[in-house]
Design a protein around this ligand. Structure first.
Ligand code: SF4
Length: 266
Protein backbone atom coordinates (compact mmCIF):
# COMPACT_ATOMS: atom_id res chain seq x y z
CA UNK A 1 0.00 0.00 0.00
CA UNK A 2 1.16 3.52 -0.77
CA UNK A 3 0.16 6.56 1.25
CA UNK A 4 1.05 10.16 0.54
CA UNK A 5 2.10 12.22 3.55
CA UNK A 6 3.40 15.73 4.17
CA UNK A 7 6.50 16.44 6.24
CA UNK A 8 7.78 19.51 8.05
CA UNK A 9 11.49 18.77 7.71
CA UNK A 10 13.64 17.19 5.01
CA UNK A 11 17.21 16.91 6.27
CA UNK A 12 17.88 15.34 9.65
CA UNK A 13 21.07 15.00 11.60
CA UNK A 14 22.89 11.79 10.65
CA UNK A 15 24.73 9.73 13.22
CA UNK A 16 26.34 7.55 10.56
CA UNK A 17 30.08 7.90 9.98
CA UNK A 18 30.96 10.23 7.12
CA UNK A 19 27.46 11.73 6.82
CA UNK A 20 26.21 15.06 8.15
CA UNK A 21 22.60 14.94 7.02
CA UNK A 22 20.15 12.13 6.30
CA UNK A 23 17.54 12.50 3.58
CA UNK A 24 14.84 9.87 3.22
CA UNK A 25 12.17 10.47 0.57
CA UNK A 26 10.00 7.62 1.84
CA UNK A 27 8.96 6.10 5.18
CA UNK A 28 8.90 2.34 4.95
CA UNK A 29 10.52 0.23 2.26
CA UNK A 30 8.96 -2.22 -0.16
CA UNK A 31 12.23 -4.10 -0.51
CA UNK A 32 11.17 -5.78 2.76
CA UNK A 33 14.57 -7.25 3.68
CA UNK A 34 14.26 -9.77 6.50
CA UNK A 35 17.23 -8.29 8.37
CA UNK A 36 16.18 -4.63 8.06
CA UNK A 37 16.61 -2.66 11.26
CA UNK A 38 15.12 0.58 9.96
CA UNK A 39 11.76 -0.12 11.68
CA UNK A 40 13.44 0.09 15.10
CA UNK A 41 15.32 3.28 14.13
CA UNK A 42 12.22 5.13 12.94
CA UNK A 43 9.88 3.52 15.53
CA UNK A 44 7.68 2.01 12.83
CA UNK A 45 4.27 1.07 14.22
CA UNK A 46 2.27 0.79 11.02
CA UNK A 47 2.14 -2.96 10.51
CA UNK A 48 4.43 -5.38 8.70
CA UNK A 49 7.57 -3.75 7.29
CA UNK A 50 7.41 -3.71 3.50
CA UNK A 51 3.63 -3.58 3.15
CA UNK A 52 3.17 0.17 3.51
CA UNK A 53 5.30 2.94 2.01
CA UNK A 54 4.65 6.53 2.93
CA UNK A 55 5.57 9.02 0.23
CA UNK A 56 6.81 12.40 1.48
CA UNK A 57 5.00 14.24 -1.22
CA UNK A 58 6.13 17.78 -0.28
CA UNK A 59 9.76 16.82 0.40
CA UNK A 60 11.38 18.66 -2.54
CA UNK A 61 9.68 21.93 -1.54
CA UNK A 62 10.85 21.61 2.09
CA UNK A 63 14.33 20.55 1.00
CA UNK A 64 14.62 23.53 -1.30
CA UNK A 65 13.94 25.88 1.64
CA UNK A 66 16.30 24.05 4.00
CA UNK A 67 19.15 24.05 1.51
CA UNK A 68 19.16 27.83 1.60
CA UNK A 69 19.43 27.89 5.40
CA UNK A 70 21.22 24.78 6.65
CA UNK A 71 24.93 24.31 7.14
CA UNK A 72 26.48 22.50 4.17
CA UNK A 73 27.60 18.92 4.66
CA UNK A 74 27.50 15.41 3.24
CA UNK A 75 23.96 14.21 2.58
CA UNK A 76 23.20 10.51 2.99
CA UNK A 77 20.36 9.75 0.59
CA UNK A 78 18.49 6.72 1.88
CA UNK A 79 19.63 5.91 5.42
CA UNK A 80 16.42 4.28 6.68
CA UNK A 81 14.68 3.57 3.39
CA UNK A 82 15.79 2.69 -0.13
CA UNK A 83 15.65 5.84 -2.26
CA UNK A 84 15.20 3.75 -5.42
CA UNK A 85 12.53 1.32 -4.24
CA UNK A 86 9.72 0.67 -6.78
CA UNK A 87 7.53 3.63 -5.75
CA UNK A 88 10.31 5.99 -6.89
CA UNK A 89 9.47 5.08 -10.50
CA UNK A 90 6.18 6.91 -10.16
CA UNK A 91 6.96 9.72 -7.68
CA UNK A 92 10.56 10.57 -8.64
CA UNK A 93 11.16 12.18 -5.24
CA UNK A 94 14.76 10.99 -5.13
CA UNK A 95 15.37 12.43 -8.57
CA UNK A 96 13.83 15.77 -7.64
CA UNK A 97 15.89 15.92 -4.44
CA UNK A 98 19.04 15.15 -6.44
CA UNK A 99 18.25 18.04 -8.78
CA UNK A 100 18.09 20.37 -5.77
CA UNK A 101 21.24 18.98 -4.17
CA UNK A 102 23.02 19.41 -7.50
CA UNK A 103 22.03 23.07 -7.67
CA UNK A 104 23.90 23.54 -4.36
CA UNK A 105 26.56 21.02 -5.40
CA UNK A 106 26.45 19.28 -2.04
CA UNK A 107 28.42 16.09 -1.47
CA UNK A 108 26.03 13.13 -1.60
CA UNK A 109 26.26 9.48 -0.62
CA UNK A 110 23.55 7.14 -1.93
CA UNK A 111 22.93 3.57 -0.82
CA UNK A 112 20.54 1.30 -2.69
CA UNK A 113 19.61 -2.23 -3.69
CA UNK A 114 17.94 -1.14 -6.90
CA UNK A 115 19.11 -0.76 -10.47
CA UNK A 116 16.61 2.09 -10.84
CA UNK A 117 19.53 4.29 -9.80
CA UNK A 118 20.68 4.02 -13.43
CA UNK A 119 17.75 6.19 -14.49
CA UNK A 120 19.51 9.15 -12.82
CA UNK A 121 22.97 8.71 -14.33
CA UNK A 122 22.56 12.00 -16.18
CA UNK A 123 22.31 13.84 -12.84
CA UNK A 124 24.83 11.74 -10.93
CA UNK A 125 27.48 12.52 -13.54
CA UNK A 126 27.10 16.24 -12.90
CA UNK A 127 28.00 16.20 -9.18
CA UNK A 128 31.53 17.09 -8.21
CA UNK A 129 31.33 14.84 -5.14
CA UNK A 130 28.95 11.89 -5.13
CA UNK A 131 29.23 8.19 -4.48
CA UNK A 132 26.71 5.43 -5.05
CA UNK A 133 26.78 2.37 -2.83
CA UNK A 134 25.05 -0.83 -3.87
CA UNK A 135 24.33 -3.46 -1.24
CA UNK A 136 25.12 -7.12 -1.85
CA UNK A 137 24.52 -9.93 0.61
CA UNK A 138 24.71 -13.05 -1.53
CA UNK A 139 25.23 -14.26 -5.09
CA UNK A 140 22.49 -16.85 -4.76
CA UNK A 141 19.35 -15.49 -6.40
CA UNK A 142 17.19 -18.01 -4.51
CA UNK A 143 18.47 -16.62 -1.20
CA UNK A 144 18.09 -13.04 -2.44
CA UNK A 145 14.45 -13.64 -3.37
CA UNK A 146 13.69 -14.84 0.16
CA UNK A 147 15.84 -12.34 1.99
CA UNK A 148 15.32 -9.14 -0.04
CA UNK A 149 12.10 -9.95 -1.94
CA UNK A 150 11.37 -6.47 -3.30
CA UNK A 151 14.90 -5.49 -4.35
CA UNK A 152 16.66 -5.84 -7.70
CA UNK A 153 18.27 -9.15 -8.62
CA UNK A 154 21.96 -9.70 -7.94
CA UNK A 155 22.80 -9.50 -11.65
CA UNK A 156 20.96 -6.20 -12.00
CA UNK A 157 22.88 -4.77 -9.07
CA UNK A 158 26.24 -5.91 -10.41
CA UNK A 159 25.38 -4.51 -13.83
CA UNK A 160 24.33 -1.22 -12.21
CA UNK A 161 27.72 -0.98 -10.48
CA UNK A 162 29.50 -1.53 -13.80
CA UNK A 163 27.38 1.01 -15.69
CA UNK A 164 27.79 3.67 -13.02
CA UNK A 165 31.53 3.21 -13.08
CA UNK A 166 31.64 3.29 -16.89
CA UNK A 167 29.87 6.63 -16.64
CA UNK A 168 32.43 8.06 -14.26
CA UNK A 169 30.32 7.80 -11.08
CA UNK A 170 32.23 6.72 -7.98
CA UNK A 171 30.82 3.44 -6.64
CA UNK A 172 31.21 1.36 -3.52
CA UNK A 173 29.68 -1.84 -2.23
CA UNK A 174 28.02 -2.42 1.10
CA UNK A 175 28.77 -6.09 1.73
CA UNK A 176 26.30 -6.88 4.41
CA UNK A 177 24.81 -7.94 6.49
CA UNK A 178 26.98 -11.03 6.27
CA UNK A 179 24.60 -13.86 7.07
CA UNK A 180 26.55 -16.63 8.82
CA UNK A 181 26.84 -19.78 6.67
CA UNK A 182 24.53 -18.24 4.06
CA UNK A 183 26.50 -15.37 2.52
CA UNK A 184 28.83 -16.97 -0.03
CA UNK A 185 31.71 -14.70 0.96
CA UNK A 186 34.51 -15.83 -1.37
CA UNK A 187 32.44 -15.90 -4.54
CA UNK A 188 30.79 -12.63 -3.62
CA UNK A 189 34.10 -10.84 -3.13
CA UNK A 190 35.26 -12.16 -6.53
CA UNK A 191 32.09 -10.78 -8.16
CA UNK A 192 32.59 -7.43 -6.45
CA UNK A 193 36.23 -7.19 -7.52
CA UNK A 194 35.09 -7.76 -11.13
CA UNK A 195 32.88 -4.63 -11.12
CA UNK A 196 35.70 -2.48 -9.68
CA UNK A 197 34.10 -0.33 -6.99
CA UNK A 198 36.29 2.19 -5.13
CA UNK A 199 35.91 0.27 -1.90
CA UNK A 200 33.82 -2.26 -0.03
CA UNK A 201 32.28 -1.70 3.40
CA UNK A 202 31.66 -4.94 5.26
CA UNK A 203 29.09 -5.36 7.98
CA UNK A 204 27.84 -8.01 10.35
CA UNK A 205 24.21 -8.86 10.99
CA UNK A 206 22.88 -6.38 13.54
CA UNK A 207 20.15 -7.77 15.71
CA UNK A 208 18.41 -4.58 16.73
CA UNK A 209 14.95 -4.73 18.26
CA UNK A 210 12.63 -7.00 16.29
CA UNK A 211 15.27 -8.16 13.80
CA UNK A 212 16.01 -11.49 15.43
CA UNK A 213 12.36 -12.61 15.22
CA UNK A 214 12.32 -11.90 11.45
CA UNK A 215 15.72 -13.50 10.84
CA UNK A 216 14.76 -16.53 12.91
CA UNK A 217 11.59 -17.01 10.89
CA UNK A 218 13.59 -16.78 7.67
CA UNK A 219 16.27 -19.25 8.86
CA UNK A 220 13.64 -21.62 10.22
CA UNK A 221 11.93 -21.71 6.85
CA UNK A 222 14.96 -21.60 4.59
CA UNK A 223 17.79 -23.34 6.49
CA UNK A 224 16.25 -24.83 9.67
CA UNK A 225 19.47 -26.70 10.47
CA UNK A 226 21.13 -23.31 11.13
CA UNK A 227 18.77 -22.02 13.83
CA UNK A 228 20.85 -23.36 16.73
CA UNK A 229 24.08 -22.17 15.13
CA UNK A 230 22.67 -18.64 14.73
CA UNK A 231 21.59 -18.66 18.37
CA UNK A 232 25.09 -19.74 19.38
CA UNK A 233 26.85 -17.13 17.22
CA UNK A 234 24.80 -14.26 18.56
CA UNK A 235 24.95 -15.49 22.16
CA UNK A 236 28.73 -15.67 22.02
CA UNK A 237 29.25 -12.24 20.46
CA UNK A 238 31.76 -11.28 17.79
CA UNK A 239 34.06 -14.33 17.51
CA UNK A 240 32.47 -15.75 14.38
CA UNK A 241 32.78 -12.47 12.54
CA UNK A 242 36.41 -11.86 13.52
CA UNK A 243 37.50 -14.83 11.46
CA UNK A 244 35.22 -14.01 8.53
CA UNK A 245 36.35 -10.37 8.47
CA UNK A 246 40.00 -11.43 8.52
CA UNK A 247 39.40 -13.65 5.51
CA UNK A 248 37.62 -10.88 3.60
CA UNK A 249 40.32 -8.32 4.39
CA UNK A 250 42.98 -10.73 3.13
CA UNK A 251 41.04 -11.58 -0.02
CA UNK A 252 40.36 -7.92 -0.83
CA UNK A 253 43.98 -7.01 -0.22
CA UNK A 254 45.15 -9.71 -2.61
CA UNK A 255 42.72 -8.39 -5.21
CA UNK A 256 43.70 -4.75 -4.75
CA UNK A 257 40.27 -3.78 -3.40
CA UNK A 258 40.07 -1.34 -0.49
CA UNK A 259 38.08 -2.90 2.33
CA UNK A 260 36.65 -1.35 5.48
CA UNK A 261 34.86 -3.04 8.32
CA UNK A 262 31.80 -1.21 9.61
CA UNK A 263 32.60 -0.45 13.23
CA UNK A 264 29.16 0.85 14.13
CA UNK A 265 27.88 -0.27 17.48
CA UNK A 266 24.86 -2.54 17.30
S1 SF4 B 1 16.50 -1.89 1.27
FE1 SF4 B 1 17.32 -1.12 3.19
S2 SF4 B 1 15.66 0.07 4.12
FE2 SF4 B 1 14.76 -1.20 2.52
S3 SF4 B 1 14.04 -3.02 3.61
FE3 SF4 B 1 16.10 -3.45 2.80
S4 SF4 B 1 17.50 -2.95 4.48
FE4 SF4 B 1 15.51 -1.97 4.93
Amino acid sequence: MIREIKVKTALSLSHLPGLDHALNPYRGCAHACVYCYAPSVIHWDKGKWGELVEVKINLPRILSKELRLKKKGVVGLGTVTDPYQPVEKKYELTRRCLELLLMHDLPVCIQTKSSLVLRDIDLLKEFSNIEVGVTLTTLDERVREKMEPGASSIDERLRALSRLRENGVKTWVFLGPLMPHITDVDALVDAIVAVKPEYVLVDRLRLKEGVWENVRRFIQEFRPELVNEYERIFREGGEYYEEVFENIIKKCKNSGLRCEINELRN
